[in-house]
Design a protein around this ligand. Structure first.
Ligand code: NAP
Ligand code: MG
Length: 502
C-alpha cells in the first residue's frame, strides 16, 4: 500500500470529491448481479455506520443464499460466454487498463466514500485506493503473458501444458482496507479469465459497491463481476458451500479462515487465505533509532492498528530497552486521535462498537495479567469509537496481549538479550504474516531474514507491500500467496495435453 506515513495526513478531500461521495453514500444500495442493481430476494437490508459518529450513513441489501445462487448463475453464464472466454489477451489487458483509468478518475471520490464507512484518514484511504488501482495496472500486464510449457518428447509425440481459468471465484474481504483488498482479488482473477462473485465486509461495503459499478461502466461484460452484500454467516457461507464456485479467495480472521477451509473441503474448492498476524518489530542496539522509533510507533498506530501487518509486538535489545519504551510511548502519546474530517488526525476511529469493546477487553486483560501500562489505555468518550494509542511494557510472552491479535492501537514491548533470543521471541507465535528488523549490521540482517518465520520480512522499513511481489502468511497467517506472479498461479489451473503422431 505504499508508505502512507510520508503523506500529509491532514489534507482534506476536495469539495467535488466530497459531494460525489455524499451523493453516492445517500443512494439505496443493492446487490450487483449481471450488471444490474437489485434488492435481496426477501427485501432485507442492514445499516452502515460511520464509526466517527456512531450514526447510520447508509443501508445495503442483505443478500442470502438465494441471492448468492443468482449471482453465481450470472457468473457462470459470463464465464461460458465467448464475449468473455474468447476475449483476446490484448483486449483483456485493455479492459483492465480501462478499469484502472476509471478508478483513477474517481480516486478521490472512492477514498472519501471509504472514509465514510470505515473512518480512515484521507491519507490512508487514498493509499488504499491507490493500491487497488495499482493492482489493476499490474495485472493488466498479465493476460498477454500467461503461458504454458512444452515438455520433452516421449517418442513421436508432443506434450505441453496450458494455464486455464478456474471458473467462478468467490472473493470475500474484511472491512479494514476494502479498496485494496478487493482489487487484489478481482484484478488477477479477471486477468486469468475467471468471473467473480464478491462479498465485502458488512462493516465497510460502500467503496466496493462503487468500485464494481465503475468496473461495469468501464466495459466489463455483464456478470463477469457480481456483488452480494450480506452477513458472513449467510451470504459468505452460501458462497463457500456453493458447488459451482471453483475457488474461494478470502481475507479475514484466522478463525473464519479455519472454518472456511473445513466447509470448502466438502466440494474440494481451492482456497487462498490471507489471515491475521502478530507481527514483531525487532530493534537491535545498533539500529538507527531516529528512523526505527517513528516506524515502530506507526507500526501499531497506523489505521488505529486495524491492519493485518500491524507491528503489534516490539522486541528490543536490553541495552536500548528503556530508551525505546520511553520514546515509543512519547511518540504514541503525541498522536492525534480523531475522525477522518479533523485536521492532523493520525489515529482514526475503530470500525465498530463491537471491535472497540474487544480492544478494551484486551487492555483490561493486559493490566490484570501484570503488564505495565506505559501510556494510553483510555477510550475517548462521546460519539464514535476511539481508543488512545496504548503501550504495554514488561510483557511476558505467555500473556494474552502478547499472543492474540488485538486489531487496535495497542502494542506490547518485550526485551531480548541477544540475537538468538530475538529469533525465539519473534517466532513464538501461531502467526507468521510479517516482521520488521532494524539493525545496521548487514550480516545480522541476513541471518534474521532467514530465521524469522514470516511471509514478508522487512529490513529497516515496514508496511511496504509491492504489487509485484508475493504477499501472504506462514503458519496460521494464511495459505497461498497474493500479488505478483503468485496470483496468476492462484487463479489458474494447469492442463497437460499430449498428442501422439507416430
Ligand atoms: P472476519 O470476521 O473473518 O470477516 C472477514 C469476511 O468474512 C467478512 O466479509 C465477513 O462478513 C466474512 N465472514 C464472516 N463469517 C463468515 C462465514 N462463516 N463464512 C463466510 N464468510 C464469513 O474478519 P473481520 O473481523 O472482518 O476482519 C479482521 C480480521 O481480518 C483480522 O483478523 C485481520 O488480521 C484479518 N485481515 C487479514 C489480512 C491479510 O491480508 N492477511 C488483511 C486484512 C485483515 P461480515 O462482515 O458480514 O461478518
Ligand atoms: Mg467480522
Amino acid at each position: 500500500m505504499g508508505d502512507f506515513s510520508k503523506q500529509d495526513q491532514s489534507a482534506p478531500y476536495t469539495n467535488a470529491a466530497q459531494a460525489a461521495a455524499a451523493a453516492f453514500v445517500a443512494r439505496e444500495h443493492g446487490l450487483l448481479i449481471a450488471g444490474l442493481q437489485g434488492s435481496a430476494a426477501d427485501g432485507a437490508r442492514f445499516p452502515v455506520i460511520d464509526p466517527a459518529t456512531g450514526e447510520e450513513v447508509a443501508s445495503c441489501a442483505a443478500g442470502k443464499a438465494v441471492d448468492v445462487d443468482r449471482a453465481v448463475a450470472a457468473a457462470l453464464r459470463a464465464f461460458a460466454d465467448p464475449a468473455w472466454s474468447g476475449m483476446l489477451p490484448e483486449a483483456r489487458a485493455a479492459l483492465l487498463h480501462a478499469i484502472a483509468d476509471a478508478l483513477e478518475d474517481h480516486a478521490e471520490e472512492l477514498a472519501a466514500i471509504q472514509s465514510s464507512d470505515l473512518g480512515t484518514t484521507p491519507a490512508l484511504s487514498r493509499a488504499l485506493v491507490a493500491g487497488g488501482i495499482e493492482a489493476f495496472r499490474y495485472y493488466a500486464g498479465w493476460p498477454t503473458k500467461i503461458a504454458g510449457e512444452t515438455l520433452p518428447a516421449n517418442g513421436a509425440s508432443l506434450t505441453w501444458t496450458m494455464r486455464e481459468p478456474l471458473g467462478v471465484i468467490g472473493a470475500i474481504i474484511p472491512w479494514n482496507g476494502p479498496a485494496q483488498a478487493g482489487a487484489w482479488k478481482i484484478a488477477p482473477a479477471l486477468a486469468c479469465g475467471n468471473t467473480v462473485v464478491f462479498k465485502p465486509a458488512s462493516e465497510a461495503p460502500l467503496v466496493s459497491i462503487r468500485m464494481l459499478e465503475l468496473m461495469i461502466e468501464a466495459g466489463l461484460p455483464e456478470g463477469a463481476v457480481n456483488l452480494v452484500t450480506g452477513a458472513g454467516g449467510e451470504a459468505g457461507q452460501a458462497l463457500i458451500e456453493h458447488p459451482e464456485v471453483a475457488k474461494i479467495t478470502f481475507t479475514g480472521s484466522t478463525e473464519v479462515g479455519k472454518s472456511l477451509m473445513a466447509t470448502a473441503a466438502a466440494t474440494l474448492k481451492k482456497v487462498t487465505l490471507e489471515l491475521g498476524g502478530k507481527s514483531p518489530t525487532i530493534l537491535f542496539a545498533d539500529a538507527d533509532l531516529d528512523h526505527a522509533v517513528p516506524a515502530a510507533t506507526m507500526g501499531f498506530c497506523a489505521g488505529a492498528g486495524q491492519g493485518c501487518v500491524a507491528g503489534s509486538r516490539i522486541l528490543v535489545e536490553d541495552s536500548i530497552h528503556d530508551e525505546v519504551v520511553e520514546r515509543v510511548a512519547a511518540a504514541a502519546a503525541k498522536m492525534k486521535v480523531g475522525s477522518a474530517g479533523e485536521a492532523g488526525v493520525e489515529i482514526p476511529p475503530i470500525v465498530s462498537e463491537r471491535q472497540l469493546k474487544r480492544i478494551v477487553g484486551f487492555i483490561e486483560k493486559g493490566r490484570a495479567e501484570g503488564a505495565r501500562l506505559v501510556t494510553g489505555g483510555g477510550v475517548r468518550s462521546g460519539p464514535g469509537y476511539f481508543v488512545e494509542p496504548t503501550v504495554f511494557a514488561d510483557v511476558s510472552p505467555t500473556m494474552t496481549i502478547a499472543r492474540e491479535e488485538i486489531f487496535g492501537p495497542v502494542v506490547v514491548i518485550m526485551r531480548f538479550a541477544d540475537e538468538a533470543e530475538a529469533i525465539r521471541l519473534a517466532n513464538d507465535t501461531d502467526y507468521g504474516l510479517s516482521a520488521s528488523v532494524w539493525t545496521r549490521d548487514v550480516s545480522r540482517m541476513h541471518r534474521m531474514i532467514s530465521a524469522v518465520q514470516a511471509g514478508t520480512v522487512w529490513g529497516n522499513t515496514l508496511f511496504e507491500i509491492d504489487t509485484k511481489a508475493p504477499f501472504g502468511g506462514y503458519k496460521q497467517s494464511g495459505l497461498g500467496r497474493e500479488l505478483g506472479p503468485d496470483s496468476i498461479e492462484a487463479f489458474t489451473q494447469v492442463k497437460t495435453a499430449m498428442i501422439r503422431f507416430g
